[in-house]
Design a binder for this molecule. Sequence first.
Ligand SMILES: Cc1cc2nc3c(=O)[nH]c(=O)nc-3n(C[C@H](O)[C@H](O)[C@H](O)COP(=O)(O)OP(=O)(O)OC[C@H]3O[C@@H](n4cnc5c(N)ncnc54)[C@H](O)[C@@H]3O)c2cc1C
Length: 481
Amino acid sequence: MSCSLVFTGPRAMHDRVEALLQRLSGRVDSNAVLRDADIGPGYRRDATDGEGAPPLLLMRPRDTAQLADMLSACNALGLPVVIQGGRTGLSGGARSLPGEVALSMERMNAVGPVDALAGHVIAEAGAPLETVQQIANAAGFLLGVDIGSRGTATIGGNVACNAGGIRVLRYGMFRAQVLGLEVALADGAVLSSLRGLAKDNSGYDLSQVFVGSEGTLGVVARACLKLHPAPRVEMNALVALPSLDAALALLSRLRARLGLILSAFEIVFPPVYEGAVGVSASRAPLANGAGCYAIIEMQGQDEAHDGAAFEAALMQAMEEGLVDDAILSRSIADMQAIWKLRDDCSEFIFTMDKVAGFDISVPLAGMQTFLDAATARIRSLDPDARFYVFGHLGDGNLHYLVQSDAGAPLARAVYEEVASAGGSISAEHGIGLDKKNWLPLMRTEMEMDAMRRLKRAFDPNLILNRGRIFDMPDLRAGGNR
Ligand SMILES: Cc1cc2nc3c(=O)[nH]c(=O)nc-3n(C[C@H](O)[C@H](O)[C@H](O)COP(=O)(O)OP(=O)(O)OC[C@H]3O[C@@H](n4cnc5c(N)ncnc54)[C@H](O)[C@@H]3O)c2cc1C
């Protein structure tokens, strides 16, 4: 349906909100729509610093039918909608803009049961990632993606952002966990593909189109997620290394020796390591002063062999001087303590002021050159800039943070260096509102045009997450939306 109403002043907006309430009345339960003071301030923002505008209304569907009704009504009235999961996003995608209705998936949070024969589970979009992980674990399976915000981030947000995290090296990004989706389109049409088939080449894989689309093409209602057998043996290690070069050599060595059982390889540079240790207020597990630190994990099925293989590979790396010092986990508690240090890195970053954060990926072979070039360029803007770097080395993904007063030129410096290193300005957090000005550094005009055509095909009235990822030319008013 094409939108017949034109955007005018606050009065017209108010009338459309009343019209929306009227359309939904009798079709949704009394908790499904909140307004005014009932909408807490948290619904304006995500995990970025930006403060959003108060939403005109908060819609909270309980099931796909309610979701479809809500979208169809907003579409008919031309009311823009911002979709919200756990609001842990780091690109401003779920932050509300003036004149938007917020759509929170928080009441759609049912999960399971696990289909143990097929190895998959169906989860509603509002289910927290951690809940799905726990249900999978209880059934003897593992969900391949884990991220620091697991307790709050939702399956819908994970799909929409194609979340990555610590085990992409082994299991791939969220895209690789998605066997199918149920999605409500802007006009309320529902596409449901939840059969969980490992093979289905009957036409386009529509589900995958929505993965990583950041809510601009449709609203994820449910996801059928692939599960992996739970590992029978797991170990991790915290290691101190002389340099990034040594870390890259170790990564390459462990990949070759351990193959698929190498499940994570995280890097932490000293300023973040020291800060994370400070957050936990405990003694540094390995002494300060290394060139860098890595958290490495193995997940295997062969109890007799895999742990020993992991240990032997690390021992050999120590003998060859790639590793200076190491702590190997000997129990679940040890493992958790080492992984907590990784979560504390994110915690530490959130405690800092005046920090610009970049979620970038660069080819491994050019990582040191990129770091040197970016440091030199940023220091030319601000000689006092301080650098905080950690991330998923196994995927070439760095969380690159700079504490500086340099302002806007800083982002240009980082993103241009990333582009010239052949990397990406968004490895896993998406583009949202905050990075869209830099997208042309990554994408050709033809790609931008193809993305805009896709947007118009799925959401012709441009009501869903308007202005996220890229702006659309407003064909009626001659401006942008
Ligand atoms: C401490 C911390 C650690 C993090 N670590 C990682 C990490 O390691 N790897 C990583 O990838 N990310 C990480 N993140 C970022 C964030 O948690 C992820 O992007 C997550 O996938 C967002 O999920 P959410 O439910 O909070 O989504 P939200 O923030 O609510 O939304 C994110 C985007 O998805 C859209 N969206 C949400 N739900 C739906 C839906 N049902 N249908 C369509 N669109 C939807 C929103 O409109 C928005 O554009 C971290 C964040 C924090 C705060």
